[in-house]
Design a protein around this ligand. Sequence first.
Ligand code: NAD
Length: 485
Amino acid sequence: MTHPAQPKASHFINGEYVEDTAGTPIPVIYAATGEQIATVYAATPAIVEQALSTAKEAQKAWAKMTGTERGRILRRAADIMRERNHELSVLETYDTGKPLQETLVADATSGADALEYFGGLAASLTGEHIPMGEDWVYTVREALGLCVGIGAWNYPTQIACWKGAPALACGNSMVFKPSETTPLCALKVAEILIEAGAPAGIYNVVQGMGEVGSALVTDPRVDKVSLTGSVPTGKKVYAAAAEGMKHVTMELGGKSPLIIFDDADIDNAVGGAINGNFYSSGQVCSNGTRVFVQKGIKEKFLARLAERTGNAIIGDPMDEATSFGPMVSENQMNIVLGYIEKGKEEGARLICGGKRADKDGFFVEPTVFADVTDDMTIAREEIFGPVMSVLDFDTEEEVIARANDTEFGLSAGVFTNDFSRAHRVIGQLEAGSCFINSYNDAPVEAPFGGVKASGVGRENSKEAIKHFSQVKSVYVRMGDVEAAF
Ligand code: NAD
């Protein structure tokens, strides 16, 4: 019997499901058991062509609709997503292995927020009138045209919506390629947009690995590429986009600092460290994986952290009591276990976790290392798993310098009860998305994105509009033209 997660077909183009089994088969594995639950096929060149030509054509009429009309469709899609939250959350759990306890509140709901927010903004995307004496200039905020979205595997519904919603609000069309590890959820987003009244062809989904992504990025008809992925992939995609002078948004990896001063509320700081390291089993780009703790509270912090980490309920992600699920894939599990071994070899002190959980599926225990030093591999490289490194520090000046000593710059957090210190420190941290006495909140109203190697551009908020539109300026002369001859 077909598994309920098996989609009707691999791709969604021009308002309908499309199959082409000539493409490379991509098995979809349920991370909690290791069983294959679905198969999709990578897009063949014919499928890529169909998606791009459809999206290119559909964009013209979509951009001509009023913002109010476009916004209404997006807001209807948001309502449908919320009505189907349970079903979409179950699918998200099949796609990623993340516990239903999380997916019920963080995935389709976050996607719906993006559709609602950008749907609401669509009608207010206007230009300016600039008086020039008798003459004047007016500006028009125009769509870029055809946008390509490429997703990572940790938030397949959210990424499909965080890219799709602002793109569509501005009058663009999109071809979205999900990660080959989690190909299912974006198809539902495409289906729901059609149900909400979107014209066929403005949001298409094609499956595939890097080659398909690359075929999309290099196509001359594409005006913009928005990637969520790792830094090495980001460098390749950015370079390919530059070749065609395309707009880009790069949402890449991180190794973010979370700084805990000794006047912080310990339980809140422990909560922040847990949210910033163990949510989605640590597979979150903005995670604060370098937890700098001021020496005065270090042992107290570690004791409380170990105690609370011991309360994680690791198990069947479909059981709503489960609070900690598996890694997305066997491959990712092995990468994370490799980093844990490195941490042990390089002399970090294991506080808890440190091995594969004794279960079917790709579970790694939530792991905390203390006495981590700045040069250890686990403190330098993005692990993308539930491995927290706790480092000690003495002074504010010292911790700021050490926190910034990384190629990445996605996020940063500070816990302290001294508010002038909180703002002073955050002001000096090289990061795009920051938190004071909190960690990893990502509401659609707030800009999200990184500096340094962590990325270019911003998602969410009004900032995202700037990255999915361009400004035309028009000088209007009221009098005669003066010329030299
Ligand atoms: P990845 O870089 O391996 O893949 C990302 C996507 O790029 C996939 O869809 C992949 O098929 C595609 N791709 C690979 N090579 C390509 C190429 N040459 N041209 C075009 N597309 C190509 O990343 P991943 O393993 O799927 O995800 C984990 C990474 O994503 C982590 O580094 C994480 O930090 C990052 N991430 C960042 C954010 C953010 O918003 N900043 C959010 C989630 C994940």
